[in-house]
Design a binder for this molecule. Structure first.
Ligand SMILES: N[C@@H](CCC(=O)N[C@@H](CS)C(=O)NCC(=O)O)C(=O)O
Length: 266
């Protein structure tokens, strides 16, 4: 399916200018992964998720599986470069995963796309009640996932790749940002508060990034580990893995040494 989609894209011309990106999206084969009925308030245009295996675009696939909404998934299995070429063809100015075509629009930023889909098509699902305290913390974690957690974990990882730091900067301190999440889960079952929400979908990627690459010590965060176990038991998460990561992780980044996260004592 994916190779076919990619070759179809090539047939209609990878060099087509951005001005006709809409037409490219419209001519993609209608290979919707899922075709259940939408329950949201607004009619939903065709959605195509341009995906890289194991990357943030999994959030959108997982969201759509949780909601039971139709979408087309575009990636070339086991070939990140080919998947990225498809993203560049549709979104040359900002080629990142996820790139999502939503009707005529080409969208980036997973959190913004998730909030838009929930507002228009979610029918109140995966969002706590507006007047509840959980609504405020749900939004907090939706934005914290990229704004604080991913940005600090990636900064730490890059610093380590250049040269292990002699002293940990309080401004680049992944343990602190993960600990803040751990503390919340000590008192709440989900980042959505009482119930699973889209905040949980947003938080998993940077937490996995920080833990699997040894940016933080996974063993220090028991509540997060218990939360990951609950996440992995969700049918929609498993459906996402089967469709969006059928061969496991592709092109993993090298992990840091174990215990790299420990502050260096001079
Ligand atoms: N804040 C953006 C980040 C998007 C992003 O950086 N995605 C990564 C994959 S996880 C990517 O496309 N990297 C490829 C690149 O930057 O060249 C979001 O949440 O969607």
């Amino acid at each position: 399916m994916n190779i076919k989609q990619f070759s179809n894209l090539k047939k209609i011309g990878l060099a087509i200018a951005l001005s006709v990106v809409t037409a490219v999206g419209a001519t993609l084969p209608a290979t919707a992964v899922h075709a259940q009925t939408a329950t949201g308030a607004l009619p939903m245009p065709e959605i195509t998720i341009y995906h890289l295996e194991g990357r943030r675009s999994e959030r959108l696939v997982w969201l759509m599986e949780e909601l039971g909404l139709p979408y087309t998934l575009n990636f070339t299995r086991g070939n990140l470069a080919a998947s990225m070429a498809a993203i560049r063809a549709i979104n040359p100015a900002m080629p990142v995963a996820p790139t999502v075509t939503y009707g005529d629009q080409v969208l980036v930023e997973s959190g913004a796309i998730i909030e838009m889909i929930l507002a228009r098509h979610g029918g109140g699902r995966l969002v706590p009640p507006l007047a509840s305290p959980d609504f405020a913390t749900h939004l907090l974690w939706i934005h914290y996932a990229e704004g604080s957690l991913a940005s600090r974990a990636i900064a730490d990882y890059r610093v380590w790749q250049i040269q292990p730091p002699q002293q940990r900067s309080p401004l680049v301190d992944s343990e602190g940002v993960v600990q803040f999440a751990e503390n919340f889960l000590a008192n709440n079952p989900w980042f959505g508060g009482a119930e699973f929400s889209a905040a949980d979908i947003m938080m998993l990627f940077p937490i996995n990034f920080a833990m699997t690459l040894n940016i933080v010590n996974k063993a220090q965060f028991p509540h997060i580990n218990a939360w990951i176990t609950k996440i992995e038991a969700r049918p929609a998460y498993q459906a996402m893995l089967a469709k969006a990561r059928p061969d496991g992780m592709v092109g993993s980044l090298p992990a840091l040494p174990v215990n790299a996260s420990r502050p260096v004592t001079p």
